[in-house]
Design a protein around this ligand. Structure first.
Ligand SMILES: Nc1ncnc2c1ncn2[C@@H]1O[C@H](COP(=O)(O)OP(=O)(O)OP(=O)(O)O)[C@@H](O)[C@H]1O
Ligand SMILES: [Mg+2]
Length: 247
């Protein structure tokens, strides 16, 4: 099966500072994949390179078998990659419905209304609050709105950068239940998370990134069972040899 997303030997960074030192990543259609790793290891940078906000200096990115490496972010989104950034992911003065309308701005009016109805079915909580301004939603509700907004144009894959950041355990559970529902609706999901436990629970596979390299990857259950995951979060790089695969 052709992977949906594939990065090969991807290298990128900021100016002379290389942050990602050659990452191979594969996401299959409809799959949930988690990217874990300590603060500052390059998770957001990797995601931004996939989206085209950070320039890839070496290696390549393909989506549905087509090379994306030199495309602008807007062209990558048009190919079917949705993105929910770590911060500032809703328009706060606008209502839930208005946020969704903006998410679907390139759809025709009828398609847009249909997409909004689909999002209300997928996120009933948002349907109840459709007229409420994003600024007055709870953190968890706002995260759901950000996801729904990115899903308005029916991307084949959605990338979520820290969807549970700052949420209470109950709200985080809610967000991850919706991540499951999103995958069941046919979207592939890439999650960048600090909440290792919850993210691995919903994922098929996981990648552990340590200082810009994949230190471990494999089925989420195998990664979750590995004691060195804790060490990775303390930044103990020497406990890994790059490229290790767990089964
Ligand atoms: N715009 C930038 N200019 C220069 N350096 C940057 C920039 N953005 C990030 N960095 C650096 O790149 C490295 C990786 O940062 P990145 O945000 O990708 O990490 P992260 O794994 O997402 O961390 P966190 O878990 O804290 O979100 C860090 O050392 C950071 O300081
Ligand atoms: Mg980050």
């Amino acid at each position: 099966m052709t992977p949906l997303l594939q990065t090969s030997g991807l290298r990128c960074g900021y100016g002379a500072d290389e942050v990602i030192h050659g990452v191979d990543l594969v996401v299959s259609p409809g799959e949930i994949v988690t990217i874990l790793g300590p603060n500052g290891c390059g998770k957001t940078t990797l995601v931004k390179a996939i989206l085209g906000y950070v320039r890839t200096t070496k290696g390549s990115i393909s989506f549905r078998g087509q090379d994306l490496t030199r495309l602008r972010p807007i062209e990558r989104v048009a190919r079917g990659i949705g993105y929910v950034p770590q911060l500032l992911n809703t328009f706060r003065p606008l209502t839930v419905t208005e946020n969704l309308e903006i998410g679907g701005y390139r759809l025709r009016r009828q398609e847009r209304s249909a997409a909004i109805q689909r999002m209300f079915a997928l996120f009933p909580l948002l349907a109840d609050r459709r007229g409420q301004r994003a600024a007055t939603l709870s953190g968890g509700e706002r995260q759901l709105l950000a996801m729904a907004r990115a899903l308005m144009v029916s991307p084949e894959m959605i990338i979520l950068d820290e969807p549970s950041a700052g949420l209470s355990p109950l709200r985080a559970d809610e967000v991850f239940q919706h991540v499951r529902a999103i995958a069941e609706a046919g979207f592939a999901v890439v999650i960048v998370e600090q909440d290792v436990h919850r993210a691995l629970e919903v994922s098929a596979r996981a990648y552990v990134l340590v200082t810009g390299l994949v230190a471990m990857h494999g089925p989420a259950a195998a990664v979750a069972a590995d004691e060195r995951i804790r060490a990775a979060y303390l930044g103990a790089r020497e406990t890994f040899s790059p490229g290790r695969v767990v089964h």
